[in-house]
Design a protein around this ligand. Structure first.
Ligand code: NAP
Length: 388
């Protein structure tokens, strides 16, 4: 389509409204949506819309209709996003990119940064690692909640190339630098004892040791289990242990980072509640960011920690996230009764029975059978689990 940009420049502060049909991954995919962005962001917004399968029907500059798609009627005045009706939006999976790069022909990403997320005295190693994805054909892109595969350099004991390992993506689709061509991971170095020897995980050690500038084989993206609803008024309960925080960090950036809100034209207005489990305070991940979001958006974000080796549960044992769920069971359950509420769980598989137990108790207090309700939530695409 043709867009009349007049005398626009990078410092142009005019706002532009892009009117789009069939955008996004929610049930509202067919509905018209409008994105209002500063003029210099127009191009990247249009790229994002194209990637999401959206069809631009008009671009309005400073109130005047400056461009109209030739294959669509001119946009009639649409309600501003804030006035849009709130609907329970689950995720239509059709528009989500999958397997753009496969193991036989991976994309070669370049490491741009690799730093520890842990404070002094923490247990083990957990790093935040970012890769530049620019220059691919196709461009490797993804949405929040997906994973990518990493194929570590070198060969296994049989001389064969290593197999890929999947890692949950910790950045939003825009990347940490908002340039739309990076991806970040949150990686713990796997270590275990075997026959009295400490064994280091092949891929996690490769990643934690990698230097900026190194090239890394990347596949994917994959995964449609952990996608966020499009509904700006959805409620999102997040249960994470350790590096299972990765997708939640992406959700929370999308919800509460000012640059993300501006770029996405997606202004989350629901309630987000993160319950995060780590062994020690020094092992908390992205804690300062989450504290900041809570201080900036106290009505929309709640952050609860379960610090297993420093806090005790009601029985005097280690404080796990299921103990926090139990403490807040009634409130959590009331949220779940709202059809706009989604629950996301990521991290250790071991937390699942404990969460189920806590939910069973909370449901039965309301005369509801959790074993019947949970499959219904799953079917409604409101119960999302990715555990290992
Ligand atoms: P970590 O920092 O060691 O923290 C894990 C926390 O969970 C600790 O506080 C631990 O407590 C607690 N915990 C242990 N057993 C538990 C149980 N049965 N129920 C609830 N909490 C329990 O975590 P991490 O090493 O990063 O491990 C995260 C896990 O998530 C890894 O297994 C990783 O593979 C997985 N992961 C999955 C995904 C995914 O599904 N996409 C993404 C990232 C990570 P104590 O140690 O004090 O007992």
């Amino acid at each position: 389509m043709r867009v009349s940009t007049g005398s626009a420049s990078q410092s142009d502060s005019r706002m532009v409204t892009v009117v789009v049909e069939a955008f996004g991954i929610g049930r509202q995919r067919q509905a018209e949506r409008r994105f209002t962005v500063p003029f210099p962001q127009l191009q990247s917004t249009m790229q994002t819309i194209a990637r999401q399968g959206g069809r631009i029907t008009a671009v309005e500059v400073a109130g005047a209709l400056s461009a109209t798609a030739t294959d669509a009627p001119a946009a009639s005045p649409a309600p501003a996003p804030a006035a849009a009706p709130s609907k329970p939006a689950a995720v239509s999976h059709a528009a989500v990119p999958v397997n753009l790069y496969k193991p036989k022909d991976p994309f070669l990403g370049t490491v741009t940064e690799n730093y520890s997320l842990l404070a002094e005295g923490a247990i083990g190693r957990v790093n935040h690692i970012t890769f530049d994805l620019a220059g691919g054909d196709p461009q490797l892109h993804y949405v929040e909640g997906q994973s990518i595969g990493i194929i570590p350099d070198g060969t296994d004991a049989n001389g064969k190339p290593h197999k890929l390992r999947l890692y949950s993506i910790a950045s939003t689709r825009h990347g940490d630098n908002m340039a739309d061509h990076t991806v970040s991971l949150c990686v713990r170095q796997l270590q275990y004892e075997k026959d009295g020897e400490t064994i280091n995980g092949v891929c996690s050690t490769f990643l934690c040791d990698i230097e900026p500038g190194a090239k890394v084989k990347i596949t994917g993206p994959v995964g449609k289990e952990m996608l966020l609803p499009e509904d700006e008024e959805a409620n999102v309960i997040m249960l994470a242990t350790g590096t299972g925080i990765a997708p939640m960090r992406a959700y929370l950036r999308r919800m509460f980072e000012p640059s993300e809100r501006e770029k996405n034209g997606w202004n989350f207005r629901g309630k987000a509640w993160l319950i995060m489990g780590v062994p020690t305070t020094a092992n908390l991940l992205y804690d300062a960011d989450f504290e900041h979001y809570q201080s900036q958006f106290p009505d929309n974000f709640r952050y609860t920690k379960a610090i297993s080796r420093e806090q005790k549960n009601a029985k005097g044992g280690r404080m796990y996230i299921q103990d926090r769920v139990l403490e807040n069971a009634e409130e959590i359950f009331t949220m779940i009764e709202d059809s706009r509420t989604h629950v996301y769980m990521c991290g250790l598989r071991g937390m699942e029975p404990g969460i189920d137990e806590a939910m069973t108790a909370a449901a039965s207090a309301k005369g509801i059978d959790w074993s019947e309700l949970r499959p219904q939530l799953k079917k409604a695409d409101r119960w999302h689990v990715e555990t290992y």
